[in-house]
Design a protein around this ligand. Sequence first.
Ligand code: SF4
Ligand code: FES
Length: 218
Amino acid sequence: MPEKIYTYESDEITVTWDKFKCIHAKECVHGLPGVFNINEKPWIQPGKEAADKVAEVVMRCPTGALQFQRKDGAAEETAPKQNTLTIAEDGPLYVAGDIKLKNADDELISEETRVALCRCGLSSNKPYCDNSHIKAEFKAGTSFNPERLLLEETDDTGGELSIKIRPNSSLFVEGTYTLTGDGQEVSTTKKMSFCRCGASANKPFCDGAHKSAGFTSD
Ligand code: SF4
Ligand code: FES
């Protein structure tokens, strides 16, 4: 997971931007064009607006590329109370919540509140999306078969959401979460493997096709 993190400061807030996690979703430039402006240098100038507004727009960044730390004692970002997985058409799986990314040995790699996870298998920044799906013309809809999720339906989708990155294989999601796509929405406690190789015929879930596809990723 390469990182290139830039820092931008005002008296009240520090904003950081991870170049490799940014997939130009543009929530920032649309949300506060005076602060996030790619035609200016530096492209982020947090001092141009109230720190509360800056923090609010940073938290809209769906990939976690943008983060903030308050210097004025105001509240830091906390994890959303509900965990959500949103399938993007021909693109990544957006996850928001109390996310714990883990390796195959169940060791914590990072704690996050917002991530975009690669679904096409081609990102150079796995498990994160790096927009490789666009060049590859990856095609994947957003509908899903809800059958197994409905076996363990729930109302409460809070608490820790563990995402285990399985080598050469899927993302194993454990916890409670709402999965959203194509007009469908199911809240569940069902442990599920999500495809990250791009080859499953049962997307967004893994169907074992990573083996025949020869998918490799640590
Ligand atoms: S919202 Fe996040 S991912 Fe989108 S352009 Fe801004 S920094 Fe990049
Ligand atoms: S990760 Fe794609 S089928 Fe298993």
